[in-house]
Design a protein around this ligand. Structure first.
Ligand code: CUA
Length: 192
């Protein structure tokens, strides 16, 4: 009887050692995954200039066309009296307004985008501009285009049957070609 009890105790001790070992291994694995995710976050923030989606700034998405910052005349690129360049974009099923954005190269740019209906995606290929445009909020990002060129701007958030046709372009022009004076009076795009 005593022998049986002793064998049982030995088994139990062995089982506990195994459990401890497995738990420790999982603990290290989880720790490594968390460390890797943090490292990726720090790397993308510092190296690629990634930004959190936006400051939380809300807006009434049902009244955008009725005036205010995102009324039609204000969509596009504007230059304020202190020389700051701001691009205002409206995303709606299934187009961006304006569909061709023009900006000066080597200039700090603030992008402000809103949605008139559902969630859309806002990405400028080859840059750090990448966010969602959520109805009810203003998505704000800052960027700088180093050189003149064309960038594609596809909607990258599934927004309905016309999603794959929802595209815009960003045309980066040399500073001396950008109509600063005109953009100080009214928003400009590739066409005006
Ligand atoms: Cu808009 Cu997909």
């Amino acid at each position: 009887m005593a022998e049986l009890t002793q064998a049982g105790a030995q088994l139990e001790a062995a089982a506990e050692r195994t459990a401890r070992r497995v738990e420790r291994a999982w603990g290290w694995a989880m720790g490594a995954i968390i460390a890797l995710l943090l490292a990726v976050m720090v790397f993308t923030t510092l190296h690629w200039g990634m930004q959190p989606p936006s400051s939380v700034e809300s807006i009434d998405s049902t009244r955008l066309q009725l005036g205010g910052e995102f009324s039609e005349a204000n969509l596009g690129t504007s230059v304020s009296s202190n020389g700051a360049v701001t691009v205002r974009v409206l995303a709606q099923q299934y187009a961006f307004v304006p569909k061709c954005i023009v900006v000066p190269a080597d200039t700090p740019i603030t992008l402000r985008a809103v949605s008139a209906d559902v969630v859309h995606g806002f990405i400028v290929q080859g840059t750090n501009v990448n966010t969602m445009v959520v109805p009810g909020y203003v998505a704000t990002l800052s960027t700088r285009f180093a050189q003149p060129g064309e960038h594609r701007m596809p909607c990258h958030e599934f927004c309905g049957v016309g999603h794959q046709g929802m595209w815009a372009h960003v045309r980066v022009v040399a500073r001396e070609q950008f109509p600063f004076e005109q953009a100080a009076k009214a928003a400009v795009n590739c066409e005006r």
